[in-house]
Design a protein around this ligand. Structure first.
Ligand code: ZN
Length: 236
């Protein structure tokens, strides 16, 4: 008792009874409810993002090199599909494909599944990034679809010129001529099938079956020339 009293005598503020503070209690009620304090849940914080895809119209500017008057499809028939794909770096990426408007559902559905499988795709840019040059796009291992060009080694339109064909990982899935030659050096080690490597498409595998379920045929089944990167709606 006495000790306490002594302490209080020296430090007034510390020992001041609560009554002295009562005057402060009235003006400071809960004025600020601060709703920002509630934590916003972030479901994708730990895992990769969910697959998304978006279909939009294309402009002449976007297809400056891959489309020109005289192509077998008009710009109005083509669509840009922006979608999520799984990369060789084990990360999600956003890619762009131009296809015919009739097959955007096929493409969205197929690539949603490929993403779920984590089937890796090296790169997915419009061929216009390569000034419409198919060789350069393939050399860069680019996955692409529409390109208003003739079929390789032919004077007739390729299915790519209709937006009804797609080439996937052209390095891992090369175009092999009937004599076994491969134009792109970086793809030669992938000339035979089956190959057990990332991003490869093999006869009868789930990628081939997935495309087939939507009516897309695989160039790996052609006789003579094999185009392992190539899928086209209805064949060809
Ligand atoms: Zn092709």
């Amino acid at each position: 008792m006495t000790l306490l009293a002594l302490g209080c005598a020296t430090t007034v503020t510390a020992c001041a009874p609560t009554q002295s503070a009562t005057t402060q209690t009235t003006p400071t009620p809960a004025v600020t409810p601060t709703p920002t304090a509630t934590p916003t849940p972030s479901p994708t914080r730990t895992g990769p993002p969910a697959f998304t895809s978006k279909v939009s119209k294309v402009t002449r500017d976007q297809l400056r090199y891959s489309w020109r008057p005289g192509c077998p499809v008009g710009l109005d028939d083509l669509r840009l599909v922006t979608l999520t794909y799984w990369g060789f770096d084990d990360k999600a990426h956003t890619g762009e494909l131009v296809v015919h408007e009739d097959v955007t559902d096929d493409i969205e559905s197929v690539f949603k599944r490929l993403y779920a499988w984590r089937f890796p795709i090296y790169k997915m840019e419009l061929v216009d990034k390569y000034k419409g040059d198919d060789f350069d796009s393939i050399e860069a291992n680019n996955t692409s679809a529409f390109n208003c060009r003739a079929a390789t080694g032919s004077s007739s339109w390729s299915k790519h010129a209709y937006g009804l064909a797609i080439d996937i990982n052209p390095r891992e899935n090369p175009y092999v001529s009937a004599d076994g030659s491969v134009a792109h050096k970086n793809a030669r080690k992938f000339a035979d099938r089956p190959v057990d490597a990332a991003g490869v498409i093999n006869p009868g595998d789930r990628v081939v079956r997935l495309f087939a379920s939507k009516g897309w045929e695989w160039g790996g089944y052609w006789s003579g020339t094999k185009d392992y990167q190539h899928f086209s709606k209805g064949g060809g």
